[in-house]
Design a protein around this ligand. Structure first.
Ligand code: GDP
Ligand code: MG
Length: 599
């Protein structure tokens, strides 16, 4: 049985520890790309946003042929995964399609929050884990301390650890040998009824829906009729193949394989990530376990800038959902913005990525409303409401009490930054519940804090007060009582419903002030004076005024940052098509975004 020579594994790690760079070395060794010609790095990060931001957003699979030292031929299926918390759903799905994981640790940074979080996920799915210490070429590499952490913090065998430099390629050969030696081959029988797990999918305007599957049992062949187990929809398989820097047709997939198939899927909503594909001729009795439901924590509405684009936006979101299983949405409408969609996201970075993908991949201009968490509102008459949209917030006179989601945050930092991090957490209404010295130099701070407080800028500020060294991870821990108010924003006397926010009373005024200030710099001057106000109920808590006309858009760029100025000018040019009329005021899309980033 040739599945003895298959190894399915993923690369998991904290962000920036070198996963995508290591994947490059694997791809190069396997000569999947010519070594001449322009060499790209992070080859699997093929979306524009990934390349620009230098981060992985999507998990990507690639099949690599490998001849071991003893001459045996292997097929390695490698899945590169994202490191940022917002994309951990991508990681969990990659993990479900593998038998093993390479857990990368940056030799100069050591174990960080996502190292732990991803390791637990791998353990939960019974993966064989190989610890890999990366970046050993760096002068600041501290291998003994990494080995100590692998033993002490991770509970893995330090003797298993492989030392590599993904940059220079040192140690990568040894790593290949460890993979074939320690990661078990897939089990599964080619002759059983087909059970293929859909772990991802994508929409391609030429080829239609491309379904990414891991075959657990049986075989999938061109010409056979695939049946989707959640609704029994049946489609003939037109093409099947594997991922090898693009799609490579092979005609069939066997037990243990990772690959794709095309089947002229008409109805996009038939395809669900986590569903099991079987064959109509010999169907499996039970589907595979699938994936845990995603639990969005941030909610915001999307509207087309031009209301005529609503249908197109609907199609775009349906197609994006194929490739982003963590996106949840339903129809919504607003007085200021018309028809749109209420969406749930796994975090603010996820929200930004969705916005960019809709704009770039579907050429639509959209606006987002201020993000919110989900509040539990208990009314005086005993009714209990779940509110994530400020517009649904009931009359405060009828509200008995409100609860908001809290998180347990774990911040791992070099001890020198503790003094700067504690006040930041306190400002965010955090209450310390633990402080653990991981070793002489590193501390884990544990805080209970409101989720709403970390949505805005917390992560950026944490990075800046710790010069990039602190890492952050959280889990939603439950709900606690809070004092909530709805803050409305009035532009030229008109409330802009899309800018309303639910805020903690104690911080409402400060928030109102920043929002007004931000708006007054983002809304271009117009023919008339525009008052911008923040209000709670009938009372105004903050106010700014935009004076009539101003031409120089670069005036707000202090300092000599030329590229920032250029960007701003380009943005402004683009901005023409991204204006939204509210009453008689033109509000650029940028203004909506700026507000949601204010703190
Ligand atoms: P990912 O977020 O885990 O995918 O990390 P990337 O592969 O994008 O790498 C993050 C940064 O670390 C990039 O600037 C890489 O060039 C750098 N890097 C990755 N591996 C090594 C290594 O072995 N040595 C050194 N010096 N830098 C590395
Ligand atoms: Mg990456």
């Amino acid at each position: 049985n040739n599945s003895q020579h298959i190894r399915n594994f993923c690369i998991i790690a904290h962000i920036d520890h070198g996963k995508s760079t290591l994947a490059d070395r694997f791809i190069e060794k396997a000569r999947l790309v010519s070594s001449r010609g322009p060499v790209q790095s992070q080859m699997l990060d093929n979306m524009d946003i990934e390349r620009e931001r230098g981060i992985t957003i999507k998990s990507q699979a690639v099949k690599i042929p490998y001849t071991a030292a003893d001459g045996t031929e292997y097929e390695l299926n490698l899945v590169d995964t994202p490191g940022h918390v917002d994309f951990s759903y991508e990681v969990s799905r990659a993990i479900s399609s593998c038998e093993g994981a390479l857990l990368l640790i940056d030799a100069s940074q050591g174990v960080e929050a996502q190292t732990l979080a991803n390791m637990y996920m791998a353990i939960e799915h019974n993966l064989e884990i190989i610890p890999v210490i990366n970046k050993i070429d760096l002068p600041s590499a501290d291998i003994p301390s990494c080995l100590h952490q692998i033993d002490h913090d991770l509970g893995l065998d330090p003797d298993m650890a492989v030392m590599v430099s993904a940059k220079t390629g040192e140690g990568v050969d040894t790593l290949f040998e460890s993979i074939v030696q320690f990661i078990p081959p897939p089990t599964g029988n080619d002759n059983s009824p087909l059970k293929a797990l859909i772990f991802d999918s994508q929409y391609d305007s030429y080829r239609g829906v491309i379904i990414h599957v891991r075959i657990f049992e049986g075989m999938l062949k061109e010409g056979a009729t695939a049946q989707l187990m959640h609704n029994n929809a049946a489609y003939e398989i037109d093409e099947a193949g594997v991922f090898q820097m693009g799609l490579v047709r092979t005609g069939e997939l066997k037990a243990g394989d990772v690959g794709y198939f095309l089947a002229g899927i008409k109805n996009i909503s038939d395809i669900r990530v986590g569903d099991t594909v079987t064959l109509a001729s010999n169907p499996a009795k039970e589907p595979l376990a699938g994936f845990k439901d995603v639990k969005p924590v941030v909610f915001s509405s999307i509207y087309p800038v031009d209301s005529n684009d609503y249908e197109e936006l609907q199609q775009a979101i349906d197609k994006l959902k194929l490739n982003d299983a963590s996106l949840v949405y339903e129809k919504d409408s607003s007085a200021a913005l018309g028809f749109g969609f209420r969406c749930g996201f796994l975090g603010l970075l996820h929200l930004e990525v969705v916005q960019e993908r809709i704009e770039r991949e579907f050429g639509l201009s959209i606006v987002f409303t201020s993000p919110s968490v989900k509040y539990i509102v208990t009314m005086k008459n005993g009714d209990v409401l779940n509110i994530d949209n400020p517009l649904d917030y009931p009359d405060p006179m009828r509200v008995d009490y409100v609860e908001e989601p809290f998180i347990t945050a774990s911040i791992i930092t070099p001890a020198t930054f503790v003094g700067a991090i504690i006040p930041l957490c306190m400002e965010k209404r955090g209450v310390q519940s633990g402080m653990n010295y991981l070793d002489e130099k590193r501390v884990e701070l544990v805080y209970e804090m409101p989720l709403a407080e970390v949505l805005f800028e917390f992560y950026d500020r944490l990075k800046s007060v710790s010069r990039g060294y602190a890492s952050f991870d959280y889990q939603v821990s439950g709900y606690k009582r809070t004092d909530l108010v709805r803050m409305d924003i009035l532009v030229n006397g008109e409330p802009v419903d899309a800018l309303s926010q639910l805020v903690f009373r104690g911080t409402a005024q400060a928030r109102g002030r920043t929002v007004c200030e931000k708006l007054s710099t983002e809304i271009p001057r117009q023919m008339f004076k525009i008052p911008i106000q923040a209000a709670i109920g009938g009372s105004i808590i903050a106010r700014e005024t935009i004076n009539a006309y101003r031409k120089d858009v670069t005036a707000k760029c202090y300092g000599g940052d030329i590229s920032r100025k250029r960007k701003l000018l380009e943005k402004q040019k683009e901005g023409k098509k991204r204006m939204k009329m509210v009453g008689n005021v033109e509000i650029p899309q940028q203004a909506f975004l700026a507000v949601l980033k204010t703190d």
